[in-house]
Design a protein around this ligand. Structure first.
Ligand SMILES: NC(=O)c1ccc[n+]([C@@H]2O[C@H](COP(=O)([O-])OP(=O)(O)OC[C@H]3O[C@@H](n4cnc5c(N)ncnc54)[C@H](OP(=O)(O)O)[C@@H]3O)[C@@H](O)[C@H]2O)c1
Length: 321
């Protein structure tokens, strides 16, 4: 058949392979963690959600650099499996699993208390744990579950660890946001599950906008302390982040992702860049894209008056519980 001859023509085959290679090279980004010689011996890092996806590769990189790494995970079995894997791959046995459910303020407080008791210093905190596509659900603290997981829990965790970070300065806080923040909106009633539409990633987008707003305000409040705070977009990354979506959505994501999206290892690069690269020394209150370029986030994320208000509301909501 003529159309089969066209499809199987060698020119098409070669073009397809070339396109695939070009896309793969573009996926790699401009900064290579392996060519960065920064060592983290004597440094302590916490990575939340380190048992899978992007977080696991961030923790793996820190372990390779010799850091004492705390994997902050919610599930003991999954956390232990990641711990074993990273130990085997890096030969670093100074890795520790600590359990935390970042959607629960009580769990976050217990985790932070443990860290403050056990750790003499903390140089890197990566707020990586996150969810997308959760159905409407309220936590026992009375917050909408995606907001509790992506924003309020990490907000409280960061604030509880701030004094330790300051005492350990120079120290860096990295929070995983997303380019999807550009489609997010700010409405403080969202925190309590009001005015939300549960369509695809709509709720997630709002939470990721708040991540940048609060990180920028935190950076402003930390000026002069030697602790920096930046947010990152990891890229579109082939992880289990869509686990709560319809299987058709996941299937299409996997299919398209095979060609165009980053692997978890590639998705970890911009976070590692912000956490360890010499180029990022003293840089704070910035938003880093998946190619490790500092770029401007959406206008709402740059509104300083809104940032003060957002930060104060998050502080009030998380401190009274
Ligand atoms: N993948 C992407 O394309 C993409 C794009 C932009 C931004 N991001 C951001 O990157 C971060 C990592 O995502 P990923 O793609 O690696 O997703 P993932 O594979 O789904 O991993 C998410 C991690 O967060 C943990 N987690 C979720 N809820 C938690 C909770 N309540 N308490 C403690 N840990 C919790 C998960 O633990 P369990 O394994 O126990 O569930 C898992 O370790 C997220 O903040 C996400 O928003 C991802």
């Amino acid at each position: 058949m003529v159309w089969l001859d066209i499809i199987y023509h060698p020119v098409w085959a070669v073009t397809t392979v070339l396109m695939f290679l070009v896309v793969r090279m573009q996926r790699r980004g401009s900064w290579d963690p392996q060519s960065c010689s920064v060592r983290l011996k004597g440094k302590t890092a916490i990575v939340t959600g380190a048992n899978t996806g992007i977080g696991k590769f961030i923790a793996l990189d820190f372990a390779r650099r010799g850091a004492r790494v705390i994997l902050a995970c919610r599930n003991e079995a999954r956390g232990t499996a990641a711990l074993k894997e990273i130990r085997e791959k890096t030969g670093n046995y100074d890795l520790h699993l600590r359990l935390v459910d970042v959607s629960s303020l009580e769990s976050v407080r217990e985790f932070a208390e443990g860290i403050l008791e056990e750790e003499k210093a903390l140089h890197i905190l990566v707020n990586n744990a996150g969810v997308s596509g959760l159905p409407r659900e309220m936590t026992k603290d009375g917050f909408e579950a995606s907001f509790a997981t992506n924003l309020l829990g990490p907000f409280l965790l960061t604030n509880l660890l701030l004094d330790l970070l300051k005492r350990s300065a120079p120290a860096r806080i990295v929070t995983l946001s997303s380019c999807n923040h550009k489609r997010g909106e700010v409405d403080f009633a969202h925190f309590h599950g009001e005015n939300l539409t549960y369509r695809m990633d709509a709720v997630y987008n709002h939470t990721k906008l708040h991540n940048i707003i609060c990180t920028n305000e935190l950076a402003r409040r930390l000026e002069g302390t030697g602790v920096t705070a930046n947010s990152v977009h990891p890229g579109i990354v082939m992880t289990d982040v869509l686990r709560h979506y319809h299987f058709m959505v996941r299937w299409i994501f996997r299919l398209v992702g095979f060609f165009f999206f980053k692997s978890s290892e590639e998705g970890a690069v911009s976070s590692i860049f912000c956490a360890v690269a010499e180029e990022m020394e003293g840089i704070t209150g910035k938003y880093c894209d998946s190619d490790c370029h500092l770029v401007l986030p959406a206008p709402l994320a740059r509104d300083t008056a809104l940032a003060v208000k957002d930060f104060e509301i998050c502080k009030r909501l998380t401190s009274k519980l």
